[in-house]
Write a protein that binds this ligand. Structure first.
Ligand SMILES: C[S@@+](CC[C@H](N)C(=O)[O-])C[C@H]1O[C@@H](n2cnc3c(N)ncnc32)[C@H](O)[C@@H]1O
Length: 213
């Protein structure tokens, strides 16, 4: 009987691209979209009128920042751990609120892209020199395994931008299970999910008229 030759891959990038592009439907992990160029493209996407997610989350955070600060606040302070932080455009609304109220917290933005983390760190340090920021470069999954170590005080795990939509279903389940496993008693998960809506609205958001996406 003839056996199919086994493909040998040079590295995990080659293996993951092969696996994704020979699957049905085809996919490519979002961790490969974000380099310096990809980060800049995403910043342009966030400005597009069709990309409703950013404006929606922005207004929710702006409107409810004081209530959210009250929920996060804790006697011993808290760790704000943001998964896939990007340039922190929306998170900065809350950072401003926390700083204005002298809240005791550290900010740990985590992202696959070192470029976007460097930009975020520089902007945060310039605006709030006393803010304790500790960026960490890596994939969600690698960093999530280390999250349980942050258990000296309350953890607030933050995921904005409907990032979960970038993961194929089994990976999204793993993602949530890993987050759950890293959480203790009064830790919180604050996460943005998109809702079901008219397909043309979603298609337009990811296939804009200017051709950025
Ligand atoms: C859709 S953007 C959202 C950025 C930000 N949360 C926001 O709402 O503006 C996704 C971000 O997640 C990061 N990212 C994508 N896949 C990742 C992975 N597997 N591990 C860590 N970060 C990832 C990207 O570099 C990018 O900054």
């Amino acid at each position: 009987m003839e056996t199919k030759p086994k493909t040998i891959f040079k590295n995990s990038f080659e293996e993951e691209v092969h696996e994704g592009l020979t699957s049905f439907p085809k996919y490519l992990s979002s961790k490969y979209f974000y380099d310096n160029k990809g980060d800049k493209l995403f910043q342009q996407i966030m400005e597009l009128p069709e990309y409703y997610l950013t404006g929606c989350e922005y207004s929710i955070l702006e409107e409810h920042k004081s209530e959210i600060a009250g929920l996060f606040s804790s006697q011993d302070g808290f760790e704000l751990i943001e998964l896939g932080a990007g340039d922190g455009k929306k998170t900065k609304i809350l950072l401003e609120e926390f700083m204005q109220h002298n809240m005791d917290f550290s900010y740990l933005p985590i992202d696959i892209s070192q470029d976007v983390l460097t930009e975020l760190e520089e902007k945060v340090r310039a605006k709030w020199p006393n803010l304790n920021i500790k960026p960490q470069q890596g994939t969600y999954f690698k960093v999530l395994n280390q999250l349980a170590e942050y258990n000296k005080r309350k953890k607030v795990i933050f995921v904005l931008g409907s990032n979960i939509g970038n993961l194929p279903h089994p990976k999204a389940v793993d993602f949530l299970s890993n987050i759950a496993a890293s959480m203790r008693g009064d830790d919180l998960l604050f996460m943005g999910f998109d809702l079901k809506k008219a397909p043309h609205k979603i298609l337009a958001a990811y296939n804009d008229t200017q051709g950025v996406t």
